[in-house]
Design a protein around this ligand. Structure first.
Ligand SMILES: [Ca+2]
Ligand SMILES: [Ca+2]
Ligand SMILES: [Ca+2]
Length: 394
């Protein structure tokens, strides 16, 4: 009875001071949000994460440690960081014996973040879970997981003071299956330029062995793409995640590849690019793999972009080229200071519908009178220069 009364007195005594302190903060800073602890402040309220099927982190979950309090969970994890006093909790069900845990987009006053992984068993029990992985590296990959078990992740900053305003995204990745374009014969066709795509080549294999072709460097057999030449200069750019990527571009056929160009100017994470002048309708093979003809090292996540300068007339304008009229009623007229060698007309879908090839001299006339109204591409060759432009047929 006496103790209750004492607590009541203490509350009465302190309450005005607490209220007063908050009022002062409100006065000094307008629109101060009084933030409650995050909903996942403790293990029992861990937020379930989506397990990605590869390392691309397509599915991420946003979080914050703002106003989080210490859970006081003893991890049993060697090297446990000392300052887990603003931990927030996540969980996932293992689909493999290892998963990659990654914290992304860390922002705030304290960006030095850690995480710990706990095995909650088949039932996902916070009371009996055991620490299995200290995430002092980001990303980190705990191994020896049991498929179907629930794993808890506590995420925190390494600030001795709690109350950092740090926000982050968290992702759980998995070792992907072998990509469908692992070998040349199953190359992915790039059908439209510009092209931009990310993929995870972590599980690419070296197939029948290293890729060697005179004039190009020796490469791992990584993953493969094809692109059909449009006559323009095609540029292939690969932006790898944390791995050393190289590009080989070839013509010919799988098993009998002839070097067109390669790139390996930098090491891990370095952007590689190959540019080549394409021949119309010729198929080019693109291998993206680790730059070695003796060591088979893993490939990884990358973004591939392929562009063409097909719609550029700079090179032929330099040879005095001009055309008129546009839109065209019946005849497109072209002139240049040098002999025009070839003029091809394409539909907007890339199908060639007309070609002029002989005795064009310094001027050429393309009869479009029998063509349906619409947009067309014209491709002009003057000596070794090519140019393309768009015309409208009325
Ligand atoms: Ca391969
Ligand atoms: Ca490289
Ligand atoms: Ca490899």
């Amino acid at each position: 009875m006496k103790r209750k009364a004492t607590i009541g007195l203490l509350l009465l005594f302190f309450f005005p001071f607490v209220w007063h302190a908050n009022a002062l903060i409100s006065k000094g800073k307008k629109n101060v949000d009084i933030v409650a602890a995050p909903p996942n402040d403790d293990c029992a309220n861990a937020i379930a994460l989506t397990v990605n099927s590869d390392f691309l982190c397509t599915n991420t979950t946003s979080g914050t440690v703002a106003e989080a309090t210490a859970s006081g969970v003893v991890s049993g994890c060697p090297g446990t960081p000392a300052n887990a006093n603003d931990d927030v909790w996540y969980k996932f069900v293992a689909t493999d014996t290892s998963h990659k845990i990654e914290l992304l987009n860390i922002a705030g006053s304290q960006t030095n973040m850690y995480y710990m992984v706990f095995d909650g068993g088949a039932t996902g029990d916070c009371a009996t879970m055991t620490g299995i992985f200290c995430g002092s590296t980001n990303p980190g990959t705990p191994t020896g997981l049991t498929v179907g078990n629930t794993y808890f992740i506590s995420v925190f900053t390494d600030s001795p003071a709690s109350g950092a305003d740090t926000t982050f995204d968290i992702c759980v990745g998995s070792t992907p299956t072998t990509p469908s374009n692992d070998d040349c014969a199953n190359a992915l066709a790039i059908t439209n330029l510009p092209f931009n795509s990310s993929m995870d080549a972590t599980s690419a294999t070296n197939n029948a062995g290293f890729i060697t072709s005179a004039g190009c460097m020796d490469l791992n057999d990584g993953v493969w793409y094809t692109v059909v030449g449009d006559g323009g200069k095609i540029t292939i750019t690969v932006t790898p995640d944390a791995w050393d990527a190289a590009i080989g571009v070839y013509e010919g056929s799988c098993g009998a590849l002839t070097c067109v160009g390669d790139s390996n100017v930098g090491a891990s994470g370095f952007v590689e690019a190959v540019a080549f002048t394409s021949t119309l309708n010729k198929t080019y093979y693109i291998n993206i793999g680790y730059p070695s003809g003796t060591n088979d090292e893993p490939e990884g996540v990358f973004t591939l972009s392929a562009t063409t300068d097909f719609l550029s007339i700079d090179d032929i304008v330099a040879k005095g080229f001009y055309y008129f009229p546009n839109p065209v009623e019946n005849t497109l007229k072209m002139n240049a200071n040098e002999s025009i060698d070839q003029v091809s007309l394409y539909t907007i879908l890339g199908r060639e519908v007309k070609r002029l090839t002989q005795s064009l001299d310094l001027s050429a006339e393309l009869d479009m009178s029998n063509l349906p109204a619409g947009t067309y591409y014209v491709r002009v060759t003057i000596g070794n220069a090519n140019g393309s432009f768009k015309v409208i047929k009325n």
